[in-house]
Design a protein around this ligand. Structure first.
Ligand code: UD1
Length: 418
């Protein structure tokens, strides 16, 4: 098990190259079995969730090779429609495989998906949408058994704009007979990326990025070479790090409009921010005021995947803040760890009440989930003294080369095997 040893208090200066987006890349792995031709996903980040998706495809019989950072998927010999519990329990994104497996094999059996421990994550919206497309579903012994004849296009109304359900519908409907319309769809930029990828394979999907997506089923899809969009959550994490530590950092590859809700909040903290094309530059004195209120919302609202990081920032600001988590229950599990660093923060239900203490102090803390872990790293970078952040397995799920990128900005951070 690895840990970070972080000496806080260094200002951050420089440019950070941002990796391809985890949440864009994972559904592309699933989409890669929609054709028997070769699919190349370029610049896949070295994160464990991507390795896990590769392993899932191998279990199906696909040949998956990493050529540098590009991933080549050849699923010509894939024959299995079963995904075992060992891998699905590791990774919730395995649920995307339902849509692709049904398109490819007309049946799918997957163990109930896992992922970060951030509360109940039901998949009822995925399953009811698949049923609308003509899929018969049985749940038995921790497995979901799905089968279908010809998938048929239909109108689907999502009660909530679930990212995963929207993507699963795209994967299931892309070769369905007729037209599928998804109303109440999620509008996250990663869905536009999936649309672009599918269309590059010969699909006819339109409307992603709005709340109505139309999918005209096509007969065949062909191979593709595709460069996914950059990771707005990774970019946001570095911007918050710079805000907390002070300094001037430029993140490259992400459009400001894709994280405008974060930029708005960081300006409220007292940061100066300039955006140009796909570059964002943030300047911070490191002495900031709290945000009064932040509520996580589906895109374009404040992303739940940056909630822990902005909470950590607020703990070290002046004033008071209220953070409301509307998407996932128990996404405040990292709070007791922040309290070890001197944070004055109380959680009641889905709301965290923060009294800014100006500066946190170093402590030994444990990263219990991906974004909570990132928040602890940020808190440690800005804190006075040395911190040990234990158990990096969750952070590794979503951040590639985190310590090297931070070191290049001037942070004092070491990865140590224990
Ligand atoms: C995706 C992202 C994740 C992000 C989340 C919200 C990926 C791989 N993961 O997760 O990083 O935090 O979007 O932006 O892209 N829900 C139901 N029933 C369902 C599906 C969802 O009730 O069938 C609920 C969930 O419990 C949750 C909310 O809807 O409360 C949002 O979930 P969803 O948008 O589906 O998130 P994911 O696709 O799992």
């Amino acid at each position: 098990m690895d840990k970070y040893v972080i000496e806080g208090g260094r200002r951050l200066y420089g440019t950070v190259p941002i990796a391809s987006a985890k949440n864009a890349v994972l559904p592309l792995f699933a989409a890669s079995i929609l054709t028997e031709e070769k699919v190349i996903i370029k610049e896949v980040p070295a994160i464990s969730d991507a390795l896990c998706m590769a392993q899932i495809l191998r279990e199906l019989g696909a040949d998956v090779r990493f050529c540098g950072s590009d991933v080549v998927v050849d699923s010509q010999n894939a024959t299995s429609h079963v995904i075992s519990s060992v891998l699905t329990k590791e990774l919730r994104s395995s649920v995307f495989m339902l849509g692709s497996l049904l398109t490819r094999f007309h049946r799918a059996r997957i163990a109930y998906p896992g992922g970060c421990d951030i509360g109940l994550r039901p998949i009822d919206l995925h399953l009811s949408a698949l049923k609308r497309l003509g899929v018969v579903i049985r749940e038995r012994g921790g497995y979901i058994h799905c089968s279908c004849g010809t998938l048929r296009g239909t109108d689907i109304l999502l009660d909530f704009p679930s990212v995963g359900a929207t993507e699963n519908i795209l994967l299931a409907a892309v070769k369905a007979e007729g037209v599928t319309t998804v109303s109440g769809a999620a509008k996250e930029p990663e869905i536009i990326d999936l649309q672009n990828f599918l269309n590059a394979m010969g699909a006819r999907v339109s409307g992603a990025g709005t709340d109505v997506i139309t999918i005209e089923g096509v007969k065949t899809l062909h191979g593709v070479e595709y460069l996914p969009m950059k990771d707005r959550i990774e970019a946001g994490t570095f911007l918050i790090a710079c805000a907390a530590c002070g300094g001037e950092v430029e993140v490259c590859g992400v459009k400001g409009e894709n994280i405008s809700s974060l930029l708005h909040k960081l300006r409220e903290n007292g940061c100066k921010i300039h955006t140009k094309n796909d570059k964002i530059v943030l300047e911070s004195t490191g002495r900031l005021r709290c945000n009064r209120r932040i509520e996580t919302m589906p895109f374009p609202g404040f992303p739940t995947d940056l909630q822990a990081q902005i909470t950590a920032l607020n703990c070290g600001c002046e004033g008071g803040a209220l953070i409301v988590e509307n998407l996932f229950e128990t996404r405040f599990k990292y709070v007791p760890e922040l309290q070890k660093m001197g944070a004055d923060i109380q959680v009641k239900g889905k709301t965290a009440f923060i009294r800014g203490v100006g500066r946190l102090h170093g402590a030994t803390v444990v990263a219990g989930d991906l974004r909570g872990g990132a928040a602890l790293v940020l808190a440690a970078l800005a804190a006075e003294g040395v911190s040990d952040v234990l158990d990096l397995s969750h952070v590794d799920r979503g951040y590639a080369d985190l310590q090297d990128k931070l070191k290049n900005l001037g942070a004092e951070i070491r990865r140590v095997r224990i």
